[in-house]
Design a protein around this ligand. Structure first.
Ligand SMILES: *Cc1c(COP(=O)(O)O)cnc(C)c1O
Length: 485
């Protein structure tokens, strides 16, 4: 059953119907000083509706929205966790939200101090002393750090090193960033244990090696047990190690990448440090690097002097600017609030609970689903349908669609690529045991339905206003207009 589509605001529009009327507004005054050529001849064709229609329309739409504030959202590799509302309130404070990037340094000492302290906190969390808050997202952090690596290599007279090794379980942004930064990508196999194959890595190290990009914990939710040995091998070959820190939520407060040999990494503040994730941003992907790479970080930098903080462009070895202004300030503010409120102890508990929740679900699900790497995982794990289920024609996509009917956002599907029909499940630390039980029961129910009535899954979702869409076509031929022909 498909529900009737919501009437569009234009369809309930009636000429002359209005919301609040402003008695004081003077259109002549508003127009004063604007160039004549820029003025419209006719008023814009906006829907004409009463306030109640307007409020009901948007409230209903908001209720259709599936979000972390309404339902469980175990989207692996994305850390869709609940973030404290108090940080939203802070970010909305006019003293922060009203800052302008063109203000003089002297007027924004508080903001500069906050950014400077956040850099120090992120350095303390990662064990990597030099930090840039500029990158706007994880992928942007990857690109920035790779350009830093390139500049460092060139400075060392090592411009011949242009190969980056990347495991086959990596996120797609890793090879894309390498290519953008002018490196060649060589893929390294995963071992039977789901980890980087260290022997395959050694075989590929050589005089052309610029470095290794590794995700730890990896996208299967497994910690790279031989990470120290891996980093040593890359260093001996003259390269440097980049860590994709998207999964930092699993280890924050417990171990520091700088201590196990990592030279540079990004953090997704919108995954680990309290910025709501989704909807395309804004986010932030700060990078933390070792001392030797510090001089190459982007400008401007925040420097602390006797008279206070100031933004400085004086960094002769810097790769320059990679974005406008000084980073996504309100995202950085939330991260600072998060670190300060939790403290070292609290951050550690975040990681411990994220790992506990993932292992709880893994063990609850392993009798009805296949868990290819069924041992202690970190913050997420990968499951897949059992053979019998696949033989009945049920695929992971059908499972994902059926979960929507049962009130759950589907996990990440078909990633990582090393597990066919993958369901990558990340419960996060913020979920209670009752929620995890309810999800496990929904997965058990789907496994039963696959046996008794596979057609039910093939036709899911049954409860949403729109059923299955042609996803490939939706990307290439989007209908963004309210009146689609
Ligand atoms: C999310 C993610 C990225 C990219 O981060 P964005 O902020 O989305 O650009 C990179 N690697 C992994 C493993 C991720 O999960």
């Amino acid at each position: 059953m498909n529900l009737a589509p919501e009437p569009l605001l234009f369809e309930i529009s009636r000429p002359g119907r209005r919301c609040a009327r402003w008695t004081g507004a003077d259109p002549e005054r508003a127009r004063a000083g604007l160039p004549e050529a820029e003025l419209r001849a006719d008023p814009p064709a906006l829907p004409e509706v009463a306030e109640l229609d307007l409020v009901r329309h948007f409230t209903r739409l908001s209720q259709k929205n599936f979000g972390i504030t309404t339902n469980f959202y175990p989207l692996g590799s994305c850390t869709m966790k609940y973030n404290p509302v108090v940080h939203e309130a802070l970010a909305a404070e006019p003293a922060f939200a009203g800052l302008h990037p063109l203000q003089d340094d002297g007027e924004v000492q508080g903001a500069l101090a906050l950014l400077h302290r956040l850099q120090q906190d992120l350095a303390a969390c990662t064990g990597l002393p030099e930090v840039s808050l500029h990158p706007a997202a994880g992928a942007h952090g990857e690109l920035t750090a790779l350009l830093v690596l390139r500049a460092w290599l060139d400075d060392q007279g090592e411009s011949g090193r242009r190969t980056i090794l990347i495991p086959d379980s990596a996120h797609g942004t890793n090879p894309a960033s390498c290519t953008l930064a002018g490196f060649q990508v060589v893929t390294i196999q995963s071992s039977a244990r789901g980890l980087l194959d260290v022997e395959d890595l050694r075989d590929h190290l050589g005089p052309d090696t610029a470095g290794l990009m590794i995700t730890n914990p990896n996208t299967l939710g497994l910690f790279e047990e031989r990470i120290r040995e891996i980093c040593d091998a890359v260093h001996e070959a003259g390269g440097r190690v980049y860590m994709d820190g998207a999964n930092f939520n699993a280890i924050v407060g417990i171990t520091r990448p700088g201590d196990f040999g990592i030279d540079m990494m990004h953090l997704n503040l919108h995954k680990t440090f309290s910025t709501p994730h989704g909807g395309g941003g804004p986010g932030a992907g700060p990078i933390c690097v070792s001392g030797e790479l510090g001089p190459y970080l982007p400008v401007p930098r925040i420097v602390e002097e006797e008279e206070g903080f100031r933004l400085s462009e004086e960094a002769p070895k810097s790769i320059g600017r990679l974005r406008g202004w000084h980073g996504n300030f309100l995202v950085l503010l939330r991260a600072y609030a998060y670190v300060r409120r939790l403290g070292a102890e609290g951050l550690r508990r975040v990681a411990e609970h994220a790992v506990l929740n993932a292992n709880y679900l893994r063990v609850r699900m392993r009798d009805t689903w296949r868990v290819p790497f069924d041992r202690t995982c970190m913050h997420e794990f990968v499951a897949r349908p059992r053979k019998e289920m696949l033989e009945r024609g049920v695929r992971t996509l059908d499972v994902a669609k059926r979960l929507i009917d049962l009130g759950f956002h589907p996990p990440t599907v078909y990633f990582p690529l090393v597990v066919p029909e993958a369901l990558m499940i990340e419960p996060t630390e913020t979920e209670a045991r009752e929620t995890l039980d309810a999800f496990a029961e929904a997965m058990e129910r789907i496994a039963r339905e696959a046996e008794e009535n596979p057609a039910l899954l093939k036709e899911a979702p049954h409860t949403t206003p729109v059923g299955r869409v042609d996803e490939a076509r939706a990307v290439k031929d989007p209908h963004l207009c309210f009146r689609c022909s």
